[in-house]
Design a protein around this ligand. Structure first.
Ligand code: AMP
Ligand code: GLY
Length: 429
C-alpha cells in the first residue's frame, strides 16, 4: 500500500515510523514532513492545511490511505474532499471534527447527552460575556476561544479583571482571529489531567493505552501551558476501573451522540480528561492523536498500526480488536527552543544526534527540524522528542534523558521531571 501522512511534527514522525515498519506499507509519503521523517518517508513540499494540494498529491502518487495528523486540515474538510474523490482517509470528516474545531459545539453536545463535563456558558457578544464575569462568584473561570487557536486560546482567569481581559483579547482584539468570535466560559476543574484515545469507525471503539501529557513549560508543572513538554503511557492515574468508567461514561456516549447528530466519527478520538474527586470530566475532545502522547503510545504498540487505521477508515473495526501492548511503560521527553511557547528563533544547528546509539525501545522523534545542507537545524518551538521504554517509568525516563543529554542546540530546553510523578507507581498490569 501507498501511504500519505499529513503533518510534520513529532506525532507525524511517530506515525510514519510505525507505519513504515508495516509489511503492508510499500511506500510512505509525508507532507510536509521534517528532517527526521525524511529517514522513513518521502517528504513532499505541500503544507498540512493545503487541502487542494494534498488532494492533488494523493491522486498523483496513487495513495491508498491518507493518515491525517493535525486538526486543522480535518476541520477544513480534508477527509470530505478526499473521500469525495473516492480516496481512503484516516481522520474524521469536517462535521465530526467539529468536536475539536468548535468548543461551543462540543460543550453543547456533551450537555445534551449528559456526558460528564464542567458547567459552562457560551457567548458571542463580548458585552454579555463581560456582564456574566462581573456577576459570577466562583473564580477561577476558564475562558476559551471556541475555534482553533493552536492550543493557545485558553485562559484560567482568577479574577473578574483577568476574565474581562481574556474576553477583550479574544473577542474584541481578536488575537486568534475568528477563533475568538465565540467564547466559552467554564468551571475550573482540579485534579489529574489525562489523555485517553480510542480508534473508532463510529460503531466500534478500540481504546488505546491511556497517556498523560505534561502541558506546563517548567518542572513541577509551573509556567505557561504549552502544546506538551512530555508524555507517559500508561499513567497510574488511570486505574483499570477508571479506564472502564471513561469508556462507558465518556467515549461510548460521545460517539453515540455524534452518530445521533448525523456526524459519524471515524478516526482517533482523543478525550482530554480531568480526574476530579467526583469522577472523570471532559476538558476537551480532539479529533486526532495527541502530540506528544502519540509518541509515547505508539512506541508501546506491538501490533501493526496500518491495518487498524485502514479498518477504521473503512468502517470495519471489530469489537475486541484486543491490541497487544508492550507492558513496559514509555516516557517521551520534548526538547524545545528558547522562547517556546512564544516566538522562537529557528535555523539553529542541532548537534549530537548521530551520537545517540540505536537501542531497542528508544526512538528520537523529530518535531520541528529541517535539513540545511549537511546539517539538521531547528525549525520551530518543539524541536525533538525522545521516547523510550523501560521496566518502570523511572527507567524509561532515564533512557530518554540519557539520549537527550547527547543532543545540543543553542537555547535548547526541556523539563527534567517528565514521568517523575508516576515513579514508584505499581507496574502496569
Ligand atoms: P483545552 O485546549 O480546552 O484542553 O485547554 C487547554 C488546557 O487548559 C487543558 O489541557 C487544561 O490544562 C486547562 N483547562 C482547560 N479547561 C479547563 C477547566 N475547565 N478546568 C481546569 N483546567 C482547564
Ligand atoms: N498534547 C496535547 C495535544 O495534542 O493536544
Amino acid at each position: 500500500m501507498r501511504i500519505l501522512i499529513v503533518g510534520g511534527g513529532g506525532r507525524e514522525h511517530a506515525l510514519a515510523w510505525k507505519v513504515a515498519r508495516s509489511p503492508l506499507a510499500e511506500k510512505v509519503f509525508c507532507a510536509p514532513g521534517n528532517a527526521g521523517i525524511a529517514a522513513v518517508a518521502q517528504c513532499a513540499d505541500v503544507k498540512a492545511n493545503d487541502v487542494e494540494g494534498l488532494l492533488a498529491l494523493a491522486k498523483r502518487e496513487r495513495i491508498d490511505l491518507t493518515i491525517v495528523g493535525p486538526e486543522e486540515p480535518l476541520c477544513l474538510g480534508l477527509a470530505d474532499r478526499l473521500e469525495g474523490e473516492g480516496l481512503r482517509v484516516f481522520g474524521p470528516r469536517r462535521k465530526a471534527a467539529e468536536i475539536e474545531g468548535s468548543k461551543a459545539f462540543c460543550r453543547e453536545l456533551l450537555r445534551r447527552y449528559r456526558i460528564p463535563s464542567p458547567g459552562f456558558r457560551v457567548f458571542s457578544d463580548p458585552r454579555v460575556a463581560m456582564s456574566f464575569l462581573e456577576t459570577h462568584h466562583a473564580y477561577p473561570v476558564v475562558v476559551k476561544a471556541s475555534g482553533l487557536a493552536g492550543g493557545k486560546g485558553v485562559v484560567v482567569a482568577r479574577s473578574v479583571e483577568e476574565g474581562r481581559e481574556a474576553v477583550s483579547r479574544l473577542m474584541e482584539e481578536k488575537i486568534y482571529g475568528e477563533a475568538g468570535t465565540t467564547v466559552v466560559c467554564e468551571e475550573f476543574l482540579e485534579g489529574e489531567e489525562v489523555s485517553v484515545l480510542a480508534l473508532t469507525d463510529g460503531r466500534t471503539i478500540v481504546p488505546l493505552e491511556p497517556a498523560q501529557d505534561h502541558k506546563r513549560l517548567l518542572d513541577g508543572d509551573e509556567g505557561p501551558n504549552t502544546g506538551g513538554m512530555g508524555a507517559i503511557s500508561p499513567t497510574p492515574a488511570v486505574t483499570p476501573r477508571m479506564r472502564h468508567q471513561i469508556e462507558s461514561q465518556i467515549l461510548v456516549p460521545a460517539i453515540h451522540a455524534l452518530n445521533r447528530e448525523g456526524r459519524r466519527y471515524r478516526g482517533v478520538l482523543y478525550a482530554g480528561l480531568m480526574l476530579t474527586p467526583s469522577g472523570p470530566r471532559v476538558l476537551e475532545f480532539n479529533c486526532r492523536f495527541g502530540d506528544p502522547e502519540a509518541q509515547a503510545i505508539l512506541l508501546r504498540l506491538e501490533d501493526d498500526l496500518l491495518p487498524l487505521l485502514l479498518r477504521t477508515a473503512e468502517g470495519t473495526l471489530e469489537e475486541g480488536e484486543g491490541l497487544r501492548w508492550d507492558p513496559r511503560p514509555s516516557v517521551c521527553v520534548v526538547a524545545a527552543s528558547e522562547g517556546y511557547p512564544g516566538a522562537v528563533e529557528t535555523g539553529r544547528r542541532i548537534e549530537g544526534l548521530e551520537g545517540i546509539e540505536a537501542e531497542e525501545g528508544r526512538e528520537v522523534f523529530h518535531a520541528a527540524t529541517a535539513r540545511k545542507g549537511e546539517e539538521v537545524v531547528t525549525a520551530g518551538g518543539r524541536v525533538l522528542g525522545v521516547a523510550a521504554l523501560g521496566e518502570t517509568h523511572a527507567r524509561a525516563a532515564a533512557r530518554a534523558y540519557e539520549a537527550l543529554g547527547r543532543v545540543r542546540f543553542e537555547g535548547m530546553r526541556y523539563r527534567r521531571d517528565i514521568g517523575s510523578r508516576a515513579v514508584g507507581a505499581p507496574a502496569p498490569r
